[in-house]
Design a protein around this ligand. Structure first.
Ligand SMILES: N[C@@H](CCC(=O)N[C@@H](CS)C(=O)NCC(=O)O)C(=O)O
Length: 221
């Protein structure tokens, strides 16, 4: 690898965290540049094709989309975190994309001011989690005993669900035991714990309060 990689991040973003987990898991020396997405700097607006994080600077090039960044980082630093069977790998890619859909429903569940909308999003999240439970191997990780790319992709979602549980007593994994165990295994890993700033739990709570959505009314402390 030639140029040092530079990941543009927003501390609260679960999609950035997907990329960080792969970088950490592979012990890659990289830079991380934090921006405030609510007040993005001019250089970021010019750099990021869609105005979103994550963006990975590779020399004079930029990559966007968390799953693409994950795959690029994986490919340039063998051995791969992907399953070797092309069919399993392809199916994992589809479920990684599905994980993005869950995150997209989780955010309005947490932040929407309307109780009915928040509950509707919670139902969407729960339904998707049930679908995921049905295809989980039942092993320590998604495919079995080995940590793969899909595990890096789902850990940020589980971290946020764990925040929600601690803050509101809503246990989104109560009816999906395989996912609950998977979450526990993922959240215990160094590459996951070290993929966020130490103050993230406090920041997440601050975000919930600041957004002042229905879930803020359920905060337990
Ligand atoms: N599909 C994208 C989603 C990235 C995304 O939604 N990032 C959020 C922050 S967590 C963002 O940049 N939002 C700003 C915007 O959409 O304008 C990926 O997987 O990288």
């Amino acid at each position: 690898m030639s140029a040092k990689l530079d990941l543009i991040s927003f501390k609260l973003c679960p999609f950035v965290q997907r990329a960080v987990i792969v970088l950490k898991k592979k012990n890659i020396d990289f830079d991380i540049t934090y921006i405030d997405l609510n007040n993005p700097p001019e250089w970021f607006k010019e750099l990021s094709p869609l105005g979103q994080v994550p963006v990975l600077k590779v020399g004079n090039d930029v990559l966007f989309e968390s799953s693409v960044i994950q795959e690029y980082v994986d490919e340039i630093t063998p051995p791969s975190l992907q399953p070797t069977d092309p069919l399993v790998k392809a199916k994992n890619r589809a479920w990684i994309s599905f994980g993005g859909d869950i995150l997209m429903a989780l955010h309005p569940m947490v932040t929407n001011k309307d109780e009915a909308v928040s509950n509707e999003k919670r139902a969407v999240v729960l339904q998707k989690l049930a679908q995921l439970e049905a295809v989980h191997s039942g092993g320590s990780f998604f495919n079995g005993s080995e940590f793969n790319m899909i595990d890096a992709a789902y850990a940020p979602m589980f971290m946020r669900m764990n925040f929600v549980k601690k803050l509101t007593n809503i246990d989104l994994l109560a009816n999906t035991p395989k996912l609950a165990k998977w979450s526990e295994n993922l959240l215990a890993l160094d590459c996951v714990q070290e993929s966020v700033v130490p103050e993230l739990p406090m920041m997440y709570k601050g975000m919930v309060k600041h957004m002042d959505g229905y879930l803020a009314t359920l905060l337990v402390d």
